[in-house]
Design a protein around this ligand. Structure first.
Ligand code: PGA
Length: 251
C-alpha cells in the first residue's frame, strides 16, 4: 500500500487531526498499545488528547504505551529526558496507569540487555497497534539515523551532529546534548500495525519529499515506510511544499 498523505493548512490542524485519529483508535480498542514519539512536533497532538480526556472523557485507563527512544545518560528527572517530556506533555494529565507506560531507560546499567528486554515487552503486550512518528530533517525516525539498517531493532545508537545540533535548542549548550540514545529499530517500528507520521514546517519539506517520492534507501530512514501496509503522513502545507504528486488536502 502506498503511504497515504494528508496535507493540512497548518500545525494546529495537523495536531487536531492526528489526535482525532488516535482518540478514535483508543475508543474502538480501549486496551490499545500505542507507540509514542517526542520532539516539538507531537506537542499539539498531545495537548489535544489531554483536552479530549478532560472535556470528552477520553479514557486512558487501559491504554499501554511504548516510547520510541530516550537519551543515554539522562535520568528521568532531567528536563530534557523523554521521560520528563512525556510526563509534562501527556501522562501527568490523563488517567493512564504508570505500570502501562514504557520508555527506554537511558540510565540502565546494562544497556544492551535493556534493549533486548524492551523488544520482549513490546511482544508480550501484543505488539504496537498504532505508532506515532515525527521525522528529522535528515529523514530519521526515532533515533534511527541515516545508514540505520532496515532490519535494526531496539539498540544504542550514536547521534549524528545534525540531530545533536537540531536538539541543542532544548539544552543550555551543544556540549550538554547527549551523544548516544536508545531507539526502537526500523524493523521494530515497521511491525506496528498502523503508523502515523507528523511533520510541520519547511525545514521538514526535503525529508518528506525524499521519504515519499524518493527511492527506498537506508540514507533516508523514513523511506522504509513505503513498504508499510498502513501508514499515513499528516503534514502541514509547508512540510508538503517540495512534493511533486498531488495529495489529499483538508483545506
Ligand atoms: P521535532 O523532531 O519534532 O522536534 O522536529 C522530530 C524528530 O527528530 O524525529
Amino acid at each position: 500500500m502506498p503511504i497515504k498523505v494528508i496535507v493540512t493548512k497548518d500545525y494546529d490542524e495537523m495536531s487536531k487531526l492526528a489526535a482525532r485519529i488516535m482518540a478514535n483508535a483508543i475508543r474502538s480498542k480501549p486496551d490499545i498499545v500505542l507507540g509514542l514519539a517526542t520532539g516539538g512536533t507531537p506537542i499539539g497532538c498531545y495537548r489535544e488528547l489531554v483536552r479530549m480526556h478532560r472535556e470528552e472523557g477520553l479514557d486512558f485507563s487501559r491504554v499501554t504505551t511504548f516510547n520510541l527512544d530516550e537519551y543515554v545518560g539522562l535520568p528521568p528527572t532531567h528536563e530534557q529526558s523523554y521521560h520528563y517530556y512525556m510526563d509534562v506533555n501527556l501522562f501527568n494529565h490523563v488517567n493512564i496507569r504508570r505500570e502501562n507506560i514504557h520508555i527506554p531507560d537511558g540510565m540502565a546499567e546494562d544497556l544492551e540487555k535493556h534493549c533486548r528486554e524492551y523488544e520482549e515487552m513490546i511482544k508480550r503486550a501484543g505488539g504496537i497497534d498504532l505508532q506515532l512518528l515525527g521525522i528529522g530533517r535528515n529523514g530519521h525516525i526515532g533515533f534511527n539515523e541515516p545508514g540505520s539498517p532496515f532490519d535494526s531493532r531496539t539498540r544504542v545508537v550514536k547521534l549524528t551532529e545534525t540531530t545533536r545540533r537540531d536538539n541543542a535548542r532544548f539544552f543550555k549548550s551543544l556540549d550538554e546534548v547527549p551523544t548516544h540514545a536508545i531507539t526502537m529499530g526500523l524493523a521494530t517500528i515497521m511491525e506496528a500495525r498502523r503508523i502515523i507520521l507528523l511533520a510541520s514546517g519547511e525545514a521538514k519539506a526535503d525529508a518528506i519529499a525524499r521519504s515519499l517520492e524518493g527511492p527506498k534507501t537506508v540514507m533516508v530512514p523514513a523511506s522504509i515506510l513505503q513498504d508499510h501496509p498502513d501508514c499515513t503522513f499528516i503534514i502541514d502545507k509547508e512540510a508538503a511544499s517540495k512534493l511533486k504528486g498531488s495529495y489529499q488536502r483538508t483545506f
